[in-house]
Design a protein around this ligand. Structure first.
Ligand code: PEP
Ligand code: MG
Length: 551
């Protein structure tokens, strides 16, 4: 048995096999080949395999996200069979006597560049598609299985680090736990593990080689340890913890269907944070009163092109319909910083967390923003949707958003498209600037939701992605607590509601404090809803305030 240590970011115990996550990096080399015809055959075989893979992906996507969103996989199959594309690959192999990988990669680059320079927006959008199909064929030619989970059984994913764009592509049904060598406790991979309620560890001293790959292991997210090839005693002890945890969960199950009301009658909404429509099952299971943060950027991260209006509409509609009249707060695109999608072609920045991200991208590139707003508004006819804007720093930004929103609504009106005319619009408070002008902002919007992850980062001047700064990253810092009070009081002064959707909202040691401050909502990972409900039901806010000397 070998034991490795790290920092646990979510508790629980997982038992299963390790699968080392391989990065999706392809280094295509130019190699001279002797038998040109054999190389062309190799290319055709890989192309046919790619078409079969896409056919399977198409079938899976039709079931999971519907026909409209699945169309892209059909389009990709057709592109692979395009005569000009095939001619180009064969030509390069023949005339330069080179390997198929190189010929496909060069053809992909050339075609994608050609599309990117076209006037027509539709064709410009195809540039990323050509690149994508070419990468798929190159991968098959290279026998590369990167980015996929080979096992049929759920596994413990062990990786150097995982970017949000990588985690989003993983098949969540096959993951028991995340263990990374690097990564920070406040990263989106950690947040994803919390959403999935699975044990996760960062900063783990585990090797990324065959000494652990494929081996049975236990991840103990309570003590921050990974046991590879555990002995019988350890296995028995850990199985006992798994059973205890299941029993605790069963007790909490009894709180399903109960109102979140304190002993002295104060009510609070407990909503769930989600990253995609697949998380809905967890939302239902944990009896959330609504969705307080739908991180819509995960749709963009899971795509290799700008998600179209109809692709987005299908997802938002599905979420709204599934929640059947319960509130669904969709946060508009919060891309940038650690959440990068190549096709946005964002500039390299010295300090990306303080650069072009979130609402700044939307206001700089309104065509992207408008597509999303149209999709959200159209979906609002099918449930109770609210919109929330991230990274706000000024009243002017809110006014600019309102002007764009008015244009989009006018367009929909002229097309006779139905949407909720009174759709609620709120903002995230996640910059110190927004806290300082909270009263001015409260006059402009319907609600606030505090993003404590970024608010802590920007207030304490600590990069939330930087693992070595984790010891300084303190969301309990008195500055943050004081800010929370300013935010809630400013919202209430203007008759607006306020909640917390950052990770601090799920901190059970502060639930009573949040109730005492008067927060109207907490939006947390689905697995945290019932533990918080338990505290709410046990609390007498008036007594707590007396005890703490608060008015
Ligand atoms: C936050 O910053 O607290 C938040 C909820 O947004 P994200 O973690 O996605 O940046
Ligand atoms: Mg944030």
């Amino acid at each position: 048995m070998k034991i490795f240590s790290g920092k646990a970011v979510f508790g629980g115990v997982a038992i299963g096999r390790i699968s080392i996550y391989k990065k999706d990096e392809q280094q295509v080399k130019r190699i001279k080949v002797a038998d040109v015809e054999a190389e062309i055959n190799r290319y055709h075989e890989a192309k046919n395999t790619a078409i079969e893979q896409l056919e399977k992906l198409h079938e899976k996507a039709v079931k999971e996200v519907g026909e409209a969103s699945a169309e892209i996989f059909e389009a990709h199959q057709m592109m692979l069979d395009d005569g000009d594309y095939i001619d180009s690959v064969e030509n390069i192999i023949r005339t330069q006597e080179v390997n198929a990988e190189y010929a496909v990669a060069i053809t992909g680059d050339n075609f994608s560049e050609m599309f990117a320079n076209m006037d027509d927006e539709y064709f410009r959008g195809r540039a990323a598609d050509v690149k994508d199909i070419s990468e798929r064929v190159v991968k098959i030619l290279m026998g590369d299985e990167s980015g996929s989970i080979e096992s049929d059984e759920p596994v413990i994913i062990v990786a150097d680090d995982l970017a949000p764009s990588e985690t989003v592509q993983l098949d969540k049904d096959k993951i028991l736990s995340f263990v990374t060598v690097h990564g920070s406790a406040n990263s989106h991979t950690a947040i994803l593990a919390k959403t999935m309620s699975i044990p996760a560890m960062i900063g783990t001293d585990i090797p990324l080689d065959d000494s652990v790959d494929g081996k049975m292991a236990i991840v103990d997210g309570f003590e921050g340890k990974v046991y590879v090839e555990p002995d019988e005693d350890t296995l028995e002890a850990k199985k006992k913890i798994v059973i205890e945890e299941q029993n605790k969960k069963a007790l909490l199950e009894e709180l399903r269907g109960k109102d979140n009301v304190t002993r002295d009658g104060q009510h609070i909404n407990l909503y769930a944070n989600i990253g995609n429509s697949k998380d809905l099952a967890l939302v239902m299971k944990n009896d959330a009163n609504g969705i307080g943060l739908f991180r819509s950027e995960f749709i963009y991260l899971g795509s290799d092109h700008y998600p179209t209006e109809s692709e987005q509409f299908a997802i938002y509609k599905q979420v709204a319909e599934t929640m059947a009249g319960k509130k669904v707060i969709i946060r508009t695109l919060d891309i940038g910083a650690d959440k990068q999608a190549d096709y946005f072609e964002l500039p390299e920045e010295e300090n990306p967390a303080m650069g072009l991200r979130a609402i700044r991208i939307c206001l700089t590139r309104p065509e992207i923003f408008k597509t999303q707003l149209r999709a959200i508004l159209r979906a609002s006819a099918f449930g109770k949707i609210s919109i929330m804007y991230p990274m706000i720093i000024s009243v002017n930004e809110v006014r600019e958003i309102k002007a764009i929103m008015a244009e989009v609504k006018a367009e929909l009106d002229s097309e006779g498209v139905a949407y909720d005319k009174d759709i609620e619009e709120g903002i995230m408070i996640e910059t110190p600037a927004a806290v300082m002008i909270a009263e001015e902002l409260a006059r402009e919007v319907d609600f606030f939701s505090v993003g404590t992850n970024d608010l802590t980062q920007y207030t304490l001047a600590i990069d939330r992605q930087n693992q070595s700064m984790d010891k300084f990253y303190d969301p309990h810092h008195p500055a943050i607590v004081k800010m929370l009070k300013i935010i809630i009081d400013s919202a209430h002064k203007y008759g607006k509601w306020a909640g917390i959707c950052g990770e601090l909202g799920a901190d059970l040691s502060l639930t009573k404090e949040f109730l005492a401050m008067g927060f109207d909502e907490l939006s947390v990972s689905p697995g945290r809803i019932l533990p918080i409900r338990k505290i709410v039901l046990e609390t007498n806010v008036a007594e707590y305030k007396k005890e703490k000397g608060l008015q």
